[in-house]
Write a protein that binds this ligand. Structure first.
Ligand SMILES: [Zn+2]
Length: 1133
């Protein structure tokens, strides 16, 4: 320090800049934090002088001057903070100019070049525009030629490489550097394992990785056969770095491979170089050392990317079942589906293996400007105020709406005595002619248990023949439940007579190989005693359920009944916690998948269930699958290994996608073995299965031993992108997409069990009909309950409509008048068949409305409830996830529903339009849904103001008057219902939702309190149920709480009450808070608010935009220049 000071004084005399440098140097020596402000001041003065005075610049950079050293030392003292000052004062440009000037001198001063590059290496990463500035100033070539001349000069090499690394982060620079041979140059520096010069190697690899992000450079590297070279270098380091001192080098090598394999040629080269095996075996050897996780994760990322894309093993992605529509609208998705010639392969795209379709990158790299403003607004928010204002005109003429008058007799009844008993029962439905079969079990020995005598020993299900013959058969009155249901055998001639039916055919198959059972067909029958679920489940009755099934029309003409729907479900009393994610689960699963390729001989690939072939395969060695019952939707099961099965879900009818809901049966399991199930054609980019949600399992053995219930089951659950390619037809035109795997592992407890798996608690259409009949029985003289058939669905099923209110207390005029003037509450549910939770919430609502409690009575006296409990019966029956038989999402049809294609929506809207036409607009409308990506229960509502706040049209929102009462009901719910979360509610109207029930009922019908109520499929992360998965009890409770909230809403509308409770509701304060949230920098996102978890391997990214999977924990500041890789990455992104 003294030496520098002396030399500065000597060479520069007493110039101004010298004085400043001297001061700065003194401060550097002291390095006291409180002096930071002073040194900042001095630095900026020096910069100013350099910038404005040619003389000063010369003074500083002159030979023998130590000006640069002082600046350098100054930058080193307080880490990156002074660098920031330098950048903010325009220091980058000055330094770059100094570099140019110096390079023009001959011979250029090596010392000065070294110093300048050392400073630039520090300044560069702090300056977002550094890459552009360097290019514009012509600095790129100076560094490159300096590098070329000094490959052996390690002292100079390091800072040059460090600067080059920063240059390379800019994509335009990367292309230009590649053209100048920098990729080849860097490869000269990379050598075999050596403990020397690891800093240089690390920077070289990082720079190379940055350059290889350019597709042109990646192609160049493939052409020069660098892929096998990099793999060999990686193996070399893997072998020699036995004490794991250089994980950062090994990871940097993988970083280069990762970027090369972003192009198809790179992946090909990787496979040809045996990359899969190399990375697989090196990773396997790393598994035991936790600190090597970054290597394993990056390796697995590369292997997944390079894993050859497989064809989904189905003939077509269209649904196995087809339903002939009355007409096919030219613009609809179904027309698109059937416009394709029947023989077109829609499973994979036409092979384009030979030509590398990746566009040349010279043109696609001009994206450096997009870094400037990454605040992307959610462009789905409706900004057109005219689309947010009420729509006045009714789309249907008044005389047309007259047809709905008959659904509102409560408005005209005068309650003479006879009327009081005239409530209709539901329309009698035509009975199916096919036999109804409770499937699967067969029987070596008759078994009989007295009713109620439940045994703890698991029953041998193989010893039981359960079946049910056609309508009209069996069932003497007054007998026990078991006798009524179970004594009827499936006659062989019945089977033969029905051999056309695929389902019966499959049963025959089972009979053939099951000697035990066929021996009983002669008349010796097994009797299965089932628990009296009626005692536990007031609304359930197996016999009635079978009756209901007979009237249910499915497209595949199902004749079987799934046990869980037959026995019913009694919610368990134990708590089911949200599953904690075990570290490394996804990685382990992916490695097992990769082993399919590494050890192909271990793979069975045996099809055990195939709906396309209409047959079930069973040789006694594999699990048996079935889903040919209401709401079932398994398409195919392939045994991959002894205890692993790939499962494929069927598409919604008349559609080629929407796979999420599942419901299927498994039997033939071994006790104690862990079975892995993979649903391999999932479509969503992420799932609550990554955040603690488990699948549901129903064990028939458990059921008959007294616990008929769905239980959250499964370990090692995760959801990730797999190697099955998704055609552009399936992916909405996008090429190169993959499906996702949802995997779970189950160990079965009972021998000869029959188990069912489902995405969520099933709730079939037949279950609804059974519940509605049972609700009739709850009617008291005080309750007005009417059940109508609103319309028939496309599939010929009836869509029930319920009217519930209180009978007038007397037939006095006052009472009749009060009765007729009760406001309407209009509720709907289950437009999306896969959202079964919505039906359980609705069940809770209906039970509450029919209950004898004073609160329920008070509620009935307050409102008339119009309820369509299942808007999409056909979708539910046929195991769809999203659509109706028209292949469309019915909750996108509310603007212009077609009476032929969307009858339930058309007529439900008709009811609302009728109410509007007679000035009886409902007070509240709510559509019950389920949400697959969020926790808790919450509501979406509609507010012009809150929508406009999301946009920049603030001015328009200011002079807009809007009643805040749309927030009241959700607010009440958040105080009443433990599962409900106000924080998750939103009142923003999105463009993509403009044809949903909620938005149309708000805009067109004029219901201010129009909501979608979303219930989680997973569980809660707040309130009383925090940390628990949601069950039917909580869902039903939610439905009841909704009713209580309506009662409170009514009380609040009394002015006196409102005054008392407005402070506790504090709706206005909430609103202000939510507005504050809006004005914060984060953009408004409706979906995905899960925090990331430990195992941060990508779930969604396609191969070209994968994020850094992890910050490198091995990075040591000594090795680098104070900035870690992740910091660098942050700067660059
Ligand atoms: Zn929904």
């Amino acid at each position: 320090s003294l030496r520098i000071k002396a030399s500065v004084e000597q060479s520069l005399g007493n110039s101004r800049v010298l004085m400043l440098l001297g001061q700065l140097e003194k401060l550097n020596g002291e390095a006291v934090l409180s002096d930071a402000e002073v040194s900042r001041h001095i630095t900026s003065k020096i910069l100013h002088l350099i910038q404005t005075q040619e003389k000063t610049r010369k003074e500083i950079t002159a030979k023998g001057s130590s000006g640069m050293e002082v600046i350098l030392a100054s930058l080193e003292v307080s880490g990156g903070r002074r660098v920031g000052v330098l950048v903010s004062k325009g220091g980058t440009a000055i330094l770059l100019q100094l570099l140019i000037t110096t390079s023009k001198e001959w011979p250029p001063s090596e010392e000065l070049m070294l110093q300048l590059h050392t400073i630039l290496a520090k300044v560069g990463p702090k300056d977002r525009k550094f890459g552009i500035k360097a290019r514009i100033n012509g600095a790129l070539n100076i560094t490159v030629s300096l590098l070329k001349q000094n490959l052996q000069n390690h002292k100079l090499l390091l800072p040059c490489l460090q600067v080059l690394r920063v240059y390379s982060a800019n994509s335009v620079n990367a292309v230009s550097l590649g053209k100048n041979g920098v990729v080849e140059l860097l490869f000269k520096i990379i050598g075999p394992y050596s403990k020397k010069n690891t800093s240089i190697l690390k920077v070289t690899l990082d720079t190379l990785a940055a350059l290889l992000k350019s597709k042109a450079n990646a192609r160049r590297a493939v052409d020069r056969t660098y892929v096998p070279t990099l793999l060999a270098v990686y193996q070399d380091w893997h072998r020699n770095d036995t004490r794991h001192r250089h994980v950062h080098i090994r990871k940097a090598i993988l970083g280069c491979i990762r970027n090369i394999t972003n192009i198809k040629l790179g992946r090909k080269a990787f496979l040809e170089a045996d990359g899969m095996r190399i990375l697989y075996s090196t990773s396997t050897e790393c598994l035991s050392v936790r600190t090597l996780d970054p290597l394993i994760n990056t390796s697995s990322l590369i292997m997944r990317k390079c894993f050859p894309k497989n064809r989904l093993p189905v003939p077509t992605i269209r649904s196995v079942f087809h339903y002939q529509l009355p007409h096919i609208p030219a613009e609809g998705p179904v027309a698109q589906l059937y416009r394709q010639p029947p023989d077109v392969d829609d499973v994979v795209d036409e092979s384009d293996d030979n030509d590398d379709t990746e566009a040349d990158t010279e043109n696609d790299t001009e994206n450096e400007e997009d870094e400037k403003n990454h605040k992307t607004q959610n462009d789905d928010i409706e900004t057109d105020i005219s689309k947010l204002r009420p729509k006045e005109n009714l789309t249907r003429p008044l005389e047309d709406l007259k047809m709905y008058e008959c659904f509102f007799p409560e408005l005209s009844e005068n309650f003479q005595v006879k009327v009081l008993t005239s409530c209709q029962t539901p329309a009698v439905l035509p009975k199916s002619l096919a036999p109804i079969v409770v499937p699967t079990a067969h029987a070596p020995s008759p078994l009989s248990l007295a009713q109620g005598e439940l045994t703890d020993l698991p029953l041998d299900l193989d010893s039981i023949c359960i079946s049910k013959d056609g309508p009209g058969g069996a069932g003497g009155a007054g007998e026990g439940l078991a006798q009524e249901l179970e004594r009827v055998a499936l006659e062989e001639d019945t089977l033969n007579g029905q051999s056309q039916s695929p389902v019966v055919g499959s049963l025959q198959g089972e009979l053939e190989h099951d000697d035990d059972c066929s021996s009983h067909s002669s008349g010796e029958l097994g009797v299965l005693e089932v628990p009296d679920t009626a005692a536990l489940l007031p609304l359930h009755d197996p016999e009635l359920y079978i009756d209901m099934v007979k009237g249910t029309k499915s497209v595949p003409q199902y004749t079987e009944v799934a046990y869980p729907d037959y026995f019913g479900h009694v919610a368990p009393t134990f708590r089911e916690h949200i599953l904690e994610r075990v570290y490394g689960v996804q990685r382990a699963k992916i490695f097992q998948d990769i082993e399919r390729m590494i050890h192909p001989n271990d793979i069975l690939d045996k099809v055990v269930y195939d709906l396309d072939l209409k047959r079930l395969i069973d040789d006694g060695e594999s699990l048996k699958f079935n889903s040919q019952f209401e709401s079932g939707n398994l398409r195919k099961a392939v045994q991959v290994r002894k205890f692993e099965y790939d499962l494929i879900l069927n598409s919604d009818i008349n559609s080629n996608h929407y796979h999420q809901w599942f419901y299927f049966e498994v039997s033939g399991m071994r006790v104690g073995s862990s079975y892995r199930f993979n649903i391999i054609n999932c479509e969503k980019v992420n799932s609550q299965f990554n955040y603690g949600m488990q699948v549901l399992m129903y064990s028939v053995q458990e059921a008959i031993s007294g616990h008929p219930r769905w239980v959250r089951t499964g370990t090692e659950i995760c959801y990730y992108k797999n190697h099955f390619s998704r055609s552009s037809i399936a992916a909405g035109g996008q090429k190169g997409k993959s499906y996702y795997t949802m995997t779970f592992t189950v160990t079965f407890q009972y021998r000869d069990d029959v188990c069912y798996f489902a995405y969520h608690y099933p709730y079939t259409y037949s279950t609804l009909k059974m519940h509605l009949q049972k609700l009739e029985a709850l009617r008291t003289p005080q309750i007005y309950l009417r059940q109508d058939v609103l319309c028939e669905t496309l599939g010929g099923n009836s869509c029930p409509l319920l009217t519930i209110t209180a009978m007038p207390q007397s037939s006095s005029n006052d009472q009749i008048c009060q009765f007729k003037n009760r406001p309407y509450v209009f509720l709907t549910a289950r437009v999306h068949p896969g959202e079964t939770n919505a039906s359980w919430v609705m069940k809770g609502t209906l039970e509450f409305l029919m209950s004898p409690s004073p609160m329920a009575q008070s509620l009935r006296e307050s409102y008339v409830f119009k309820i369509v409990p299942m808007l999409n019966p056909d979708g539910v029956i046929n195991g769809n996830h999203r659509c109706s038989l028209s292949g469309e999402d019915l909750n996108r049809q509310w603007q212009r529903p077609s009476p032929d294609l969307h009858p339930t929506i058309f007529h439900t809207k008709g009811l609302l339009q009728y109410l509007s036409s007679i000035q009886r607009v409902p007070l509240v409308y709510c559509d019950y849904h389920g949400h697959s990506r969020k926790k808790n229960v919450f509501m979406y509502g509609c507010s012009i103001k809150e929508t406009l706040w999301q946009t920049n049209v603030n001015a328009a929102a200011c002079d807009l008057q809007e009643d805040l009462s749309y927030r009241t009901l959700p607010k009440i719910l958040s105080q009443l219902a433990p599962a409900f979360s106000m924080a998750s509610c939103s009142f923003v109207v999105e463009k993509s939702k403009e044809s949903t029930a909620r938005v149309v009922v708000w805009r067109e019908i004029g219901v201010q309190k129009s909501y979608t109520m979303e219930s989680t499929l997973c569980g809660c992360d707040q309130g009383k149920y925090k940390g628990l998965q949601i069950g039917t009890r909580e869902l039903e409770e939610m439905g009841a709480q909704f009713c209580i909230a309506l009662l409170r809403l009514k009380r609040l509308s009394s002015p006196l009450e409102f005054r008392n409770s407005s402070h506790f509701l504090d709706v206005e304060n909430d609103l202000i808070e939510s507005r504050c949230k809006v004005t914060s920098s984060t953009t408004y996102v409706l979906d995905e608010d899960e925090p990331s978890f430990m195992e941060e391997v990508d779930y969604s990214a396609e191969s070209n935009d994968e994020p850094e999977p992890d910050p490198d924990p091995q990075e040591t500041p000594a090795d680098e220049d104070g900035l870690s890789d992740s910091e660098l990455a942050l700067r660059r992104s």
